[in-house]
Ligand binder design. Sequence first.
Ligand code: MGD
Ligand code: MGD
Ligand code: MO
Length: 615
Amino acid sequence: EASWEEALDIAAKGLVKIRDEKGVKALAGFGSAKGSNEEAYLFQKLVRTGFGSNNVDHCTRLCHASSVAALFEGLSSGAVSAPFSAAMDAEVIIVIGANPTVNHPVAATFIKNAVKQNGAKLFVMDPRRQTLSRHATKHLQFKPGSDVAMLNAMINTIITEGLTDDQYIAGYTEGFEDLKEKIKEFTPEKMEAICGIPAQTLREVARTYARAKSSIIFWGMGISQHVHGTDNARCLIALALITGQVGRPGTGLHPLRGQNNVQGASDAGLIPMFLPDYQPVGRDDLRGSFEKLWQQDLDPVRGLTVVEIMNAIHAGEITGMYIEGENPAMSDPDLQHARQALAMLDHLVVQDLFVTETAFHADVILPASAFAEKDGSFTNTDRRVQLARQVIKPPGDARQDLWIIQEIGKRMGLPWNYAGPGEVFTEMAELMPSLKNITWERLVREGAVTYPVDAPDQPGNEIIFTTGFPTASGRGKIVPAKVIPPDEIPDAEYPMVLSTGRVLEHWHTGSMTRRAQVLDQIEPEAVAFMSPKDMHKKKLVPGDFIRLETRRGAVEVKVRSDRDVPENMVFMPFCYAEAAANLLTNPALDPFGKIPEFKFCAARAERAEMRDAAE
Ligand SMILES: Nc1nc2c(c(=O)[nH]1)N[C@H]1C(S)=C(S)[C@@H](COP(=O)(O)OP(=O)(O)OC[C@H]3O[C@@H](n4cnc5c(=O)[nH]c(N)nc54)[C@H](O)[C@@H]3O)O[C@H]1N2
Ligand SMILES: Nc1nc2c(c(=O)[nH]1)N[C@H]1C(S)=C(S)[C@@H](COP(=O)(O)OP(=O)(O)OC[C@H]3O[C@@H](n4cnc5c(=O)[nH]c(N)nc54)[C@H](O)[C@@H]3O)O[C@H]1N2
Ligand SMILES: [Mo]
């Protein structure tokens, strides 16, 4: 225990010492997608001006990094093209690699209502069945990791059967001729063997999507968390572009965002290759306006990403970190490796609501405040910037994040004197074109504004890309994808597939929800989910303990029978510290988004010898 003064002094001194003795690249920071836009902005500014490098990242790297890579490559914008309520205007809805009733319950309600009230056709594409499957016209339960095969077969059908929107292609896209050539080999018959969906079904779904007046695609982690995550997203973009299913009511591309403020934290620049609003750190012309306003030269070289930072610690290159509102000791892949890295650091400052598994490794823990305990703006999955107002006082001696980040900044020599989030937002708006016509005063007055906004007195544009794209040519780029298998294929030694994700009751690493009595009573202990057939084969009954093992490690966990899980797969949420799924996951990365393959690795599941259900 220490006073705030003492804690802040030690926290900042440790960082300064490393910066001055080992150099600016020996420090790194993880900011938070749970905090406000202003906190995210100030945190990346601290790393870029106080630490002196671009070694700043956050959980988006583990989340939609590959979707964003594909969207930027094709459309020069990583945000959704339409809000989730656009489902209500859609004739056809595709939900792929997402489980909205569990993870996006509000959006799921719109999707269910679209089916029920408007008769929309819903296609759910997921190796695992889910609640939404019951509302679906069809659930395509394809083989995990084979999205590109399935989607390419659909693109092939649309092109060979002449279901493309040729006027849209001519007016708003580029790269179609190349796609047309390359897609020839991906016939539904050939792809059936890879993805496990009958060619006839692939054709029917493709036709329905292409022919509908309005079709929209929602996607989630089942698309992004693969070594071919960017390719998966490229296929979805190609589907929308060749059929013109974007830029009109009821159409579009909607990567369902995860953390409450992952859109805002990314926009605000918690990304190692981009300054706020995705302005590349290497572009002298763009960096110049930041250098002018911040009155300091900035590093023109991109920084390291989440997993790269952990590797750099092992290599002895990074020795100090500041982690605000993230729990990498639970959320990173291959935890043994990640936790070793955290333990190797000479100096670690952790700022969180709770003493997390990450805080366990810290030299200084700074108790921060949750969203209800502070003011700030948050940007949701629909690009809606919303003002959250403080409703309760932080407990005990906990302090607000903005204040803490600023105090660290001052102690590192920065001339900061922000009176509150309003001043920080005003500075952001000066540097971020996306916030044009959104002022703090407007947020206070209206509560929420969706960007982009054309004028101070006009509402924001919910649907974008109505007349082309913000690319240099104004056209959306179609990028063909090849079929690449997952990094680690099941074999004789590890014959099953381990897939990880979420449950309704818990949030990610469980640091918050497992401390919530009610939620923890509903889902109190670590579980893995297996198909009844596999359980029967292995002579397991629900409640038995299994030993789940991969090339990275092993955990013992209770098993639950679940008809939604396909044969030969084990599904496990990553919220349980006592059986952390990420001790098992594969850290292999997608080459473009640098996202790890959380959704697929080879595993072995056996009855745990020492334990049984009676225990
Ligand atoms: N209750 C709760 N809600 C949350 C969260 C939470 O922790 N708890 N986290 C939030 C965050 S940050 C995020 S990113 C979102 C995530 O929300 P989702 O994207 O819905 O999350 P997941 O459960 O990880 O995975 C989605 C689906 O991908 C499927 N899948 C697995 N492998 C494949 C594959 O190879 N291809 C395809 N197409 N699908 C596959 C899984 O079966 C699963 O149904 O949820 C947000 N909402
Ligand atoms: N195996 C596996 N691993 C995964 C995934 C998967 O599907 N499978 N999904 C990945 C994805 S999509 C994501 S987004 C990441 C999430 O990874 P993390 O972001 O590391 O997970 P959280 O548990 O949400 O951690 C957020 C922390 O912030 C704290 N916090 C909340 N609000 C505040 C605040 O206002 N201020 C401060 N200072 N702290 C706050 C919480 O107490 C918590 O400890 O996990 C990734 N890891
Ligand atoms: Mo996420």
